[in-house]
Design a protein around this ligand. Structure first.
Ligand code: ACM
Length: 539
């Protein structure tokens, strides 16, 4: 690519064979057209801090940022001549992604927060790049429920996403092991639900316990700040409140939310171990009203069109035993417990649609049929996504066997607490979001793809870095670039570009798993754990 080692790879690059470069000097005149303001703030703030260059109204060198709607959503054209850098975006997001490419062209040093002493002499190679994303939804799920990530860590993840041209942060805010969003009408959700007494380290049958309390939550203002910080980077935050399963933290806070005629829900604490859990919400009107309060406050904070309601892994034992649940099945005429789950999800489907939003949920929400407009996150392989696309629903492909980034990157006693199967950087690079059996019309429903990081065994920002990187860099290329079929992808070429990219990650302070061997601090002696059961590998 003519020395232009970009990740994700752009659609087209023309790099001059000569050594001509655009030199920034000490001051650059920044020309900002209408719609390019966020990119301009980012250039002044982030590139200005990294390089020490003043991006203002003075300077012989010119960087121009502007929008030209002809280019299409999120597309950009970057032209570097010895005199001038032009970033033209199809919209503000396109300009912003073009600015991310400028940062990569400046070199790894542009990924620091301040220039090194004696640094300077910043320049760009003369080139022309035409680029646009393959998918409109290029997502990353961060599970802040299993292990809380303080706000600063989330803001940092948004910076890392922006550097990879990813544009959807799916924030998994609630689960059995923790509730992370302040809800003003129901304060015990965080007073009680945000903390657990202790934590099993690794999956059963691990006998290792971390006896320290763990928890934390985001105030509504914290969440508004996260949303605003994301929006400055043209990233949408899609919040998830998981119902009706994965709800023990909420039940610990408000025992009446559970199936009180089957279990003593007042005795349930916030769950301190991992796995699919039988303590699910009661399917009553009162519980629906409670969650309407929760979603009502959530809509005030998150402007995203899509709102994620979870819907995964809801065991039905308690509903089978509960007279209340059985009476509800009869009252609603929904036949059985699966029908009851479907009614629960459909309620919020309608409720969100009435408020101008769209429901998205895990592929289990397909059982029992979905209302028009609802979308599916396909996690149990491709099958749910294929069924949803064929039924005319939009799909985000995130099959666990390919893009669950908590699954470990390598085997070995020095690797962190194990979970599931090994998925290497190359496996992720060869992930294809659109299954070949879809027709073109069906494939158009695959609105995007997402990599998910669940944090049962990732108890710190460092552990998340180690699991996520460098694989999220490969995933970003899958989501953004027009790559050939998996077997034909230029893995060697990607690895070669990764050599430059590792230097960028180093400058950013990302504690990725190195290409060879773990980092010593990741060793977790004494914890064996059992690999998570998964469906058979997709072939
Ligand atoms: C999931 O992994 N339960 C969505």
């Amino acid at each position: 690519m003519g020395g232009v080692d970009l990740i994700p790879a752009p659609q087209a690059v023309r790099a001059d064979a000569g050594e001509e470069r655009f030199a920034l000097g000490d001051a650059v005149r920044l020309e900002v057209g209408a719609g390019a303001e966020r990119a301009a703030r980012w250039v002044r703030g982030v590139l200005g801090a990294a390089t020490g260059v003043e991006f203002g109204s003075e300077g012989a060198a010119v960087v121009s940022l502007r929008v030209d709607g002809e280019l299409g959503p999120e597309a950009y054209r970057l032209t570097v001549t010895p005199e001038r850098v032009e970033v033209v975006g199809g919209d503000g997001a396109g300009v912003f992604w073009g600015a991310q490419t400028v940062r990569q062209l400046l070199g790894p040093g542009a990924f620091r927060r301040a220039p090194l002493p004696g640094g300077g002499g910043w320049s760009l190679p003369v080139c022309e790049i035409a680029d646009r994303p393959r998918f409109g939804w290029r997502g990353f799920l961060l599970d802040v429920a299993r292990h809380f990530m303080p706000k600063d860590g989330v803001l940092r993840q948004l910076d890392l996403m922006a550097a990879h041209k990813l544009n959807v942060l799916h924030l998994h805010l609630t689960d059995d092991q923790g509730w992370r969003m302040e809800v003003k009408r129901h304060p015990r959700l965080t007073e009680v639900g945000a903390w657990r007494e202790r934590t099993r380290v690794g999956l059963a049958p691990s006998k290792v316990w971390d006896e320290r309390p763990h928890g934390g939550f985001y105030t509504q203002d914290d969440l508004r700040e996260i949303v605003a910080y994301a929006a400055e980077r043209h990233i949408t935050v899609v919040p998830e409140i998981d119902v009706p399963g994965h709800s023990q933290a909420a039940i610990a806070a408000y025992p009446e939310l559970g199936n009180t005629d089957v279990v003593d829900t007042a005795a349930l604490g916030v769950l301190d171990r991992w796995g699919v859990n039988p303590n699910v919400l009661a399917p009553t009107e009162a519980v629906l009203r409670f969650y309407e309060d929760v979603f009502g406050e959530l809509l005030d904070i998150f402007p995203s069109t899509f709102v994620h309601v979870g819907g995964d892994e809801c065991p039905k034992e308690q509903w089978r035993e509960s007279a209340t649940a059985q009476a509800r099945i009869a009252e609603l005429g929904v036949g059985d417990e699966d029908g009851l789950q479907s009614a629960f999800i459909r309620h919020f489907d309608r409720w969100l649609a009435e408020r101008g939003r769209r429901l998205i949920g895990w592929d289990e929400i397909l059982e029992g049929g979905l209302a028009e407009g609802a979308a599916v996150s396909s996690w149990q392989g491709y099958a749910g996504g294929i069924a949803a696309a064929r039924a005319g629903h939009d799909v985000v492909m995130c099959p666990q066997t390919q893009v669950y980034l908590d699954w470990r990157q390598a085997d070995g006693p020095d690797e962190p607490v194990p979970i599931a199967h090994v998925r290497t950087l190359e496996d992720v690079y060869r992930f294809e979001p659109v299954p070949p059996e879809l027709t073109a019309a069906e494939a158009a429903h695959v609105i995007g793809t997402q990599a998910n990081v669940w944090t049962e065994v990732l108890d710190s920002a460092r552990a998340v870095d180690y699991a996520v990187y460098p694989r999220l860099s490969a995933f970003a290329e899958v989501a953004w670039s027009e790559l050939p079929a998996p077997a034909e992808r230029d893995w060697a070429g990607f690895e070669a570009r990764m050599r430059t990219h590792y230097a960028r990650l180093d400058a950013l302070g990302v504690e990725y798993r190195p290409a060879s061997g773990p980092r010593p601090w990741q060793r977790r002696p004494g914890v064996v754990g059992r690999p998570k059961e998964g469906p058979p590998p997709i072939v």
